[in-house]
Structures are given as structure tokens and as C-alpha cells.
Design a protein around this ligand. Structure first.
Ligand SMILES: [Zn+2]
Length: 201
């Protein structure tokens, strides 16, 4: 590849390389594709990326990604509003939604407790969850943090805070291998883990 870092092409390759899962060769392939694609297609992509940060924010109820004040799931009329599924990140919501096995609400923590990385419980959206769990009509909180050391620790911490809130607390079934992350689990595995969820307390 003859492109230097300060040519337009080199610049695009450099930026693409910073994306997750894109190595140098893929970045080159994508950049060459864009160079040869028609103008409209490339401008549409650039515009969509430009608008991403402007229009996407966090839902004021569940902290999922949202276009407006609340996300599409919180706004959906026919969700089961008696169950809240607690996940680490918005991408976990997308994975669980893709299974079609769950019709309740969500709560996105924004990560997991990781003291070694300086992430204490105060850095996560836990207070908002405690408030929601105490709302009238909430019957169950499913803790769907990843089955990793940090995810399990976070689940335990949250369940101890929810004790006495008068809700059933469950954890995803162990169909998900220990150490696995929801993001990479198959749809079937996630669906089974939801259906077979176990009481945590
Ligand atoms: Zn929401």
C-alpha cells in the first residue's frame, strides 16, 4: 500500500484501524472500497457516522442507547413492566433482544465493578436501579451481568442491595459458560439462560 499517513487514503486507513476488530488489511480493503464506491454511498455513511454522536444518548430511565429522552424499549407499550433485566452494556441489550426470548424492561449498569481498574459501584447506574426496583409493580429483577469474576461480583453486590426490596432476584442460568460474555454467546444460549434463570437469594 503506497498510501502515506498524511494522504487522505492513509488517514482513512489509520482511523479505521482504531475500530474494534479491524486490522490493517481490513482497513485497507474498506478504504479501497470507499474510494471506488459512488459518491452518494460514501456521503451517506459519513453523515450517519457524523450524526451518531449528536443524536444518540442514554435513556433517562434504563440507560440503554436512545434517540430521544427515553429508549425504544422503555417507550414500547406492550413490554412486561414487572420485570427488569440488568445488563452491563447497551450491546448486551441488543444481544438479548435479538433472541426474542425476553419481553420485559432493561437496566444498563454501564459496566461492572472492577476495583483494580478504579470502577467502584458509585461509577455504575446502581442507585437508579434500586429506585426502579422499588417502584410499584416490579416483581422480578434478572441480573444478567456476564458470568465472569467481575460480572458475578457485580451481581452479588446488587443482589445484596436489593434484599428487602420485595422483588424476586434471579440470575441467568449457567448455560452461559463461566468466563463467557453475553456479547459473544449464541442466540440459543442466551435464550436458554433467560428461560432457565435461577433465584439468586
Ligand atoms: Zn430505556
Amino acid at each position: 500500500m503506497a498510501a502515506t499517513n498524511n494522504s487522505s487514503l492513509g488517514r482513512v486507513i489509520q482511523e479505521l484501524c482504531r475500530l474494534p476488530g479491524i486490522g490493517a488489511r481490513s482497513a485497507e480493503r474498506i478504504a479501497m472500497h470507499l474510494l471506488e464506491a459512488d459518491n452518494r454511498e460514501v456521503m451517506e455513511l459519513a453523515e450517519a457516522i457524523g450524526n451518531l454522536k449528536k443524536s444518540v444518548r442514554h435513556c433517562s430511565i434504563c440507560f440503554n442507547l436512545a434517540q430521544g429522552e427515553i429508549c425504544s424499549i422503555c417507550a414500547e407499550a406492550n413490554r412486561d413492566r414487572s420485570i427488569i433485566c440488568v445488563v452491563e452494556l447497551p450491546k448486551d441489550v441488543m444481544r438479548i433482544e435479538a433472541t426474542g426470548a425476553y419481553k420485559g424492561l432493561y437496566h444498563v449498569l454501564g459496566g461492572h465493578i472492577a476495583p483494580l481498574d478504579g470502577v467502584g459501584p458509585d461509577k455504575l447506574n446502581i442507585d437508579a436501579l434500586l429506585g426502579r426496583a422499588r417502584e410499584l409493580g416490579i416483581k422480578e429483577v434478572i441480573i444478567a451481568t456476564n458470568p465472569t469474576v467481575e460480572g458475578d461480583g457485580t451481581a452479588l453486590h446488587i443482589s445484596s442491595l436489593l434484599e428487602g426490596a420485595g422483588v424476586k432476584i434471579t440470575r441467568l442460568a449457567r448455560g452461559l459458560a463461566s468466563g463467557a460474555v453475553i456479547e459473544y454467546a449464541s442466540k440459543d444460549t442466551i435464550a436458554e439462560a433467560i428461560t432457565g434463570r435461577q433465584p439468586l437469594l
